[in-house]
Design a protein around this ligand. Structure first.
Ligand SMILES: Nc1ncnc2c1ncn2[C@@H]1O[C@H](COP(=O)(O)OP(=O)(O)O)[C@@H](O)[C@H]1O
Ligand SMILES: [Mg+2]
Length: 359
């Protein structure tokens, strides 16, 4: 097991004018489950591939433990990678697929069988060892790919969207299994996904990337409670945080006729901006007698809770609003209700820099 450090690691693809990964600094602890998350094209796979040695590092360095591996070939890094498409050999049995890397390393037949057997037991694959990949379900293939990584007993697991080929229900089950397995094995893991729910449920910590730049790295709860900027605020959480541009007035921020009272010291942080961005999570709105008038478009009933989707008007523009409400409280489609933001759950962002203003 080992720590992993990205030290200003940068990748510029040939012919590319902007870096695919730009000065990534990230310290991953021994045994930690670190998730890299962000929209498609933000540099997640490139970061992982640099760590694996499959992609050149143009500037900066990468360490595994205290070894500088920046210019080491993949096989000297002591890592095992699980790919999105699993990359199983179709003509080989499950057992041979799982043991292949060990065979290449010259591990004896007996030792191979032992290690493959142990991994198969861990993954519930014992009865499938003689089958070919095509005779397996998607979930079983995914486990074979995991098994192939496990038998190598590496210092670090790397996983690039390993669940994206599974259907929604299996994906939810499998993410719990992977998280449990990782905890049991205690192997430092870097896991890539574009799905923020997956990131939040699996990661000890989550690193959010956008356009090749690391935005924030923290525990799932801290990311949710203290997003550093408007991008992270909107990306983490489902349904997404309401991000509303409001006019700065004496003593508050104004949306239509609704004024959210704010302390003077907080408003001062907006500098010369005339507006600021109010961030309100769906659960931080309350139906009230006074507040932001919202025209109700849809109410999505989920049993205990319901989500209300509607629009509010501000400076002659419609802003989309989503609020979590009590499912037992009747709200009619097409009606207008008032929503008040809970003051202690408010997030404020600068309109010009998009950085967080609240603590
Ligand atoms: N082999 C490549 N050659 C040139 N550009 C690439 C290559 N691979 C990825 N890119 C570009 O680098 C950026 C990051 O890609 P990638 O790391 O695959 O993103 P992600 O995994 O987050 O979707 C994207 O703009 C992508 O188009
Ligand atoms: Mg990718």
């Amino acid at each position: 097991m080992a720590t992993v450090s990205f030290k200003s690691a940068t990748r510029i693809y040939p012919g590319g004018d902007t870096p695919a990964v730009d000065k990534l600094n990230l310290e991953i602890e021994d045994g930690e489950f670190m998730v890299l998350v962000g929209p498609s094209g933000c540099g997640k796979s490139t970061s992982l591939r640099m760590l694996a040695g499959l992609e050149e590092v143009n500037e900066g360095a990468i360490y595994i433990g205290d070894r500088d591996v920046t210019h080491r070939p993949p096989k000297e890094r002591d890592i095992a990678m699980v790919f999105q498409n699993y990359a199983l050999y179709p003509h080989m049995s499950v057992a041979d697929n799982m043991g292949f890397a060990l065979k290449m390393q010259g591990v004896s037949k007996e030792d191979r069988a032992k290690r493959v057997g142990e991994a198969a037991k861990l993954l519930g694959l014992e009865e499938y060892l003689d089958r070919k990949p095509k005779a397996l379900s998607g979930g079983q293939r995914q486990r074979v790919a995991m098994g192939r990584a496990i038998v190598r007993n590496p210092q670090v697991f790397l996983m690039d969207e390993p669940l994206s080929n599974l259907d929604a229900k299996l994906r939810v089950q499998t993410r719990t299994q992977i998280a449990e397995l990782q905890q049991r094995l205690g192997v430092t893991t870097v896991y890539v996904t574009h799905d923020q729910v997956e990131a939040m449920t699996m990661g000890d910590r989550v690193a959010v990337l956008k356009d090749g730049l690391l935005q924030q790295v923290d525990t799932p709860l801290n990311l949710y409670d203290h997003p550093k900027n408007k991008f992270v605020a909107g990306f983490i959480g489902s349904p997404a945080m309401n991000l509303l541009t409001a006019d700065i007035t004496e003593g508050g921020a104004k949306l239509g006729d609704y004024v959210v009272p704010l302390e003077r010291s907080l408003l001062a942080k907006a500098g010369s901006d005339k507006t600021l961005t109010l961030g309100v999570r769906p659960e931080a709105f309350k139906v009230a007698d006074q507040g932001l008038p919202v025209h109700v478009a849809v109410v999505e009933e989920l049993g205990a809770d319901a989500y209300l989707y509607g629009t509010a008007e501000h400076n002659n523009e419609h802003q989309q609003i989503v609020a979590r409400i009590d499912a037992r409280m009747p709200v009619e489609k097409g009606s207008t209700i008032h929503l008040a933001a809970l003051p202690d759950k408010l997030h404020l962002f600068s309109t010009s820099t998009e950085e967080r203003l609240t603590a």
